[in-house]
Design a protein around this ligand. Sequence first.
Ligand code: 26Q
Length: 824
Amino acid sequence: PTLIEDDRTGMSPETLKRAFLDNLFYLQGVNRTNASPYNYYVALAYTVRDRLLRRFLKSTDTYKQEKVKLVCYFSAEFLMGRYLGNNLANLGIYDLIKETIEELGLDFEEIIEQEPDPGLGNGGLGRLAACFLDSLASLEIPAIGYGIRYEFGIFHQIIQNGWQVEIPDNWLRFGNPWELPRPDESVEVKLGGRTEIYHDDKGQERVQWLPERRILAIPHDTPVPGYKTNTVNALRLWKAEASESFNFEAFNAGLYDQSVAEKMDAETISKVLYPNDNTPAGRELRLAQQYFFVAASLQDLIRIHLKSHKNLQNFHETAAIQLNDTHPAIAIAELMRLLVDENGLEWSKAWTITQKTFAYTNHTLLPEALERWSAALLGKLLPRHLEIIYLINHFFLEDVRTWFPDNEELLGKLSIVEEAGWGNKQIRMANLACVGSHSINGVAALHTELLQKDTLKEFAMLWPEKFYNKTNGVTPRRWILLSNPQLSALFTEKIGDDWLKDLKELRKLEQYLDDPEFRQRWYEIKQANKADLAAYMLKTRNIEVDVNSIFDVQVKRIHEYKRQHLAVLHIIALYNRIKQNPHVDIVPRTFIFGGKAAPGYFMAKLIIKLTNAVAEIVNKDPDVRGRLKVVFLPNFNVSLGQRIYPSADLSEQISTAGKEASGTGNMKFAMNGSLTIGTLDGANIEIREEAGAENFFLFGLTAEEVYAKKAHGYEPMSYYKNNRELKGVIDRIKSGYFSHGDTELFRPIVDSLLYDDQYMLLADYQSYADCQEQVSQAYRDRDKWTRMSILNSVRMAKFSSDRTIWEYCQEIWKVNPVKISLED
Ligand code: 26Q
């Protein structure tokens, strides 16, 4: 009998083509004669989605039936990147589909590029959440990501006259084939109003919340497939809409305009992502967003729990909730409210369940980035939660007082409530997160150590057993397999494809270190990737670059602590050397920058302008003879990252020691064979340990030296006065040379360096410049460089997010893999 394949699941080229053309015709009303590349993308996306759904539903069903413990990753940001390529790779059908599409005479690359990059995050923290979801599914861990379905993601950045300009990112304009709206699972979220004491049927005194308004939260699920497993987890993002009832009341009262206004008001909650990274904005709407997704997600989890349990006494056995920084920390007060006010549990019982449910990850050491909300604002939006926070704090401090009597100073530091004077109370969200969780973790060894010694030292003293280190990682599927197909093919040719599930396998490639043929291929792959990026730079920026120059790359959010301007100072120093002696022997370099500045962060925007101003002068100066090129690539995002990391020779990881919690871009570069120039900060330390100190370009003060210098009164001016080259660099900026004679434009940068220099660029300058000279000398020896490149790449197993997630599973969440069977 001939086997007839189902168009929605069949995998033969004939069936795939038929399904694809059907999706073109019946879902979009176009055909081969008039379809746009975007139409082809949508047709292919639906073809792939169909092939995910059986596994998706099977996974959900299995979790329900087996009453498994679910890992719930609560995050205000998920920076997922494009789905199409990733889903093809994880389903193991990338090559099959690519060939099938090409047999139809279509351009597969072009189709992939049609997908808008879902930018529902700012940077490291959001991208980490996405890598974690990939690893959870790949390790067959029952998990769900909960967040906000922002209608506008991170802004699109363009550069005009050297300045950043922000354009709204209307990513849902043409629909989203990957999401499944689930309106039947909508829940209501309350906001505002007041609280009231009442007596229940047993005469017990209780509190109820009389909210001012109710918003509907509508879940939209995106399937998250594991790599070559049957597990497909969900990313559940909530959209805010006006709740029917409220809308209707106004409508019936004849207030049509008011009811429409209320609807718009409700929808603003999930309208736009706040584009701040490591700089909090204490805005009411931001708090409303945080509460909105957390309240909806907890209701969802309670509903799931009550389907298979009679009450909430063992809620913590159903859900392990990870708080991605303090952005979702209001969940601690909300779960207490749900348990105590709405389900009648006793406070102490509810508190035990709450602490057993939550775990908190801290992502920052910058004191100004720790979230605080004014009690007045919090109480206005969430009156009952403010009372609950006061109660949590009261019982907590009472408990501490029995252990440490008469230590008011300690109590003041531990308190969730900060008395800022004049009755101006602030709620410290990190303190709430620490008190309400059974686990507190940092994201790299140094970061965790500094949390314990400094940022959270009082909590570390009180509860040393609550602290864990979980060094970050990134998924090798997106960051090697998808981004660098040529390198991946070489790996697989030599050692098979087990490395994709166990990155330690790559170590086996060390045996080829002395094989000249292998090294040649390694070098050729890097050159081919560089040529691709060069073509992109020519096309998008009209800048011609030399693929034999060092591709020296710094891509990340623009922030003073990350010190993009330190790299710019070094570029100007090289330029000055050429101007002094145009025949100086210089190893050619292409400096590539990319990253977004928070729209309200003036200095970060000025650093972008300075970079572009230096690029303009350097790139066109005939004395330079093309030996230096500076390129700022606009709109750095996940998709652009996929092009850039594989093409870099040198990875710039140059934050002031003690400021970058971990970094994850550093890992993506190293896996793709870039060498790192870096400080002893964040995960750089561990990358250097793994790669070997001899394969890492180290410079700069240590975190301890930074503190010591600050304590002894740091004077940046003395570095300026005593270092001729550095003085020449700063004077060049001051003179207006890069600003058409305008000596005011960059004054804020110059003055901040000379008179304050919070991030110690001047103290680290010479060490950085010397280290860059070593980089240049190393690059002259192609063989030596290639060996170092190979060793960096094959020794990065520790930085697979599979390792990170496995540690979270074993030590914090206490969960195990669950196999999904496709048999009925
Ligand atoms: C807070 C309040 C209001 C508005 C915005 C914010 C906000 C938003 C985003 C505060 C912080 C962030 C993002 C922080 C972040 O991305 N941190 C990075 O986390 C990475 C993953 O752990 C680390 O690798 C980076 O070192 C760290 O900077």
